[in-house]
Design a protein around this ligand. Structure first.
Ligand code: SAH
Length: 250
């Protein structure tokens, strides 16, 4: 199909509708004109996370200006499943990696969480958002994972509704066959909303454990016999979730 053959796919943070003419931001102009070397008349696909996906063509590509014209709506807006990733942030490169991979794996919300043993004190919100956008452009998803502000575990848990299944990845459960994630998710109660919780390199504190243990709808699980790094744990848990309860079943 000609439309899905259109390789370039851009997130544009503006209202989109057929007939609109849009002047692109300089980074997007650079990407289309100098990285992909596209010229006037080339079709591209655009989406904004709200109005669906559109076919557009480049109408102007001169030195510092690139404009597109929106031709046709290709897909109505859809949203990924209501799955959150709550995680204690790690250092830069692996943090980027988590944001990219979680977006690829279809999470709706990425929420950096301050836990007792978390070593990181600041999170670059714009950088995480840029990673989520790039992953959405690449994976064909129509929405962008929402990046929440870095908040304490208690604050995040307060926002986590009781009906949201909380999948607590607990390093102390590692290798506990009774708690393995596949069995736990296969037997999990039916639910529309879920959240995966990953701790910091230092693990969860005793008071965090006590709090999590007392929560309703909280599934304490093991990700196998080895202690994984936080980024590996996040991707493993999200993949298991999507394959057993989520959109890999489609
Ligand atoms: N320093 C800790 C490990 C922390 S690993 C220790 O040695 O005990 C970072 C996070 O990844 C953990 O808090 C947990 O959420 C997750 N994780 C890593 N390996 C896991 C496993 N085998 N089972 C469940 N969760 C795991």
């Amino acid at each position: 199909m000609v439309d899905s053959d259109t390789k370039a796919r851009l997130f544009i943070d503006m209202p989109l509708k057929v007939g609109a003419m849009i002047a692109l931001a300089s980074d997007q102009m650079h990407y289309l004109m100098h990285v992909l070397r596209l010229g006037v008349g080339t079709p591209i696909r655009v989406f904004n996370g709200v109005d669906g996906e559109y076919l557009a063509t480049i109408t102007e590509a001169v030195k510092k200006r690139c404009s597109i014209s929106i031709k046709l709506r290709l897909r109505p807006q859809t949203h990924c499943r209501d799955l959150w990733l709550l995680f204690a942030p790690v250092k830069k490169a692996r943090l980027d990696f988590i944001a990219q991979k979680a977006s690829e794996l279809g999470v709706r919300v990425i929420w950096p969480v301050k836990t007792d043993f978390c070593q990181i004190s600041r999170v670059n919100y714009d950088r995480l958002t840029a990673n989520a956008i790039e992953a959405a452009e690449q994976t064909e998803r129509l929405d962008i994972a929402e990046i929440k502000p870095f908040s304490s575990l208690l604050t995040v848990l307060r926002h986590c509704e009781n009906e949201r299944l909380l999948i607590w990845c607990d390093e102390a459960s590692a290798g506990h066959p009774a708690l393995n994630i596949a069995t736990a998710l296969t037997c999990a109660p039916p639910h529309e909303k879920a959240a995966v919780l990953i701790g910091p390199e230092g693990g969860f504190s005793q008071s965090e454990r006590t709090h999590l243990q007392s929560r309703i709808n909280c599934l304490k699980i093991s990700l196998g016999p080895r202690i994984l790094r936080a980024d590996t744990a996040a991707i493993s848990a999200l993949s298991c979730y999507q394959s057993i309860c989520g959109d890999w079943l489609k």
